[in-house]
Ligand binder design. Sequence first.
Ligand code: ZN
Length: 236
Amino acid sequence: MSTSWQPHRRALVLFSGGQDSTTCLAWALARYGYVETIGFDYGQRHRVELDCRTTLRLRLAAQRDDWALRLGDDHLLSVDVLGQLGASAMTDDIAIATQADGLPNTFVPGRNLLFFTLAAALAYRRGLDVLVGGMSQTDYSGYPDCRDNTLKALQVALSLGIDRPLTLETPLMWLNKADTWELAQQLGGPALVELVRTETHTCYLNQRDTLHTWGYGCGTCPACVLRAQGHRQWCA
Ligand code: ZN
């Protein structure tokens, strides 16, 4: 993966406040001349994630002067419509389980397609030409809208749809969770790893009572299990 410095490009990072999108934000700040962030409130159960965003942006900017200079505005969009489309363990108080089609019921159909479409609309308004998302095909939960081909097709559709070349970058696409911890280490050293560990939120069940070696969370939901496994693997 190239980390070449592209001072003239202006990026918009899909930034939820989780481990993956925080690492992507650091990646974008190290790579592009100007970076804005966008988040989505869709009534997700792990809303505590959204509360982490402001702190994370401030603390990231405090880590390096050049990152502070490049970090631009934040945008939080309400997309209640996702909750209206039907029950998911991500938005409703139902147990996390596997559906008949093999996908976990945390899958919100079309979510990433919608997020990137809204991000493209905002990028058009703000004069931004790169969209950055933390999707991964390696460690992913089977969500079809995290796949590389889905996002490559979407890049073409969005660029045609707004008649401007947009690049969709997914720096974590071929990384596992251990690699993602390593990427944070490479981008910002121990200070960034510690920020990711203590200030990002991943737990589907919203728990932030106990600080584990890998961060806060219940330790048993699928998101916590993935995060903890990756951290153990990275430390080994
Ligand atoms: Zn959890």
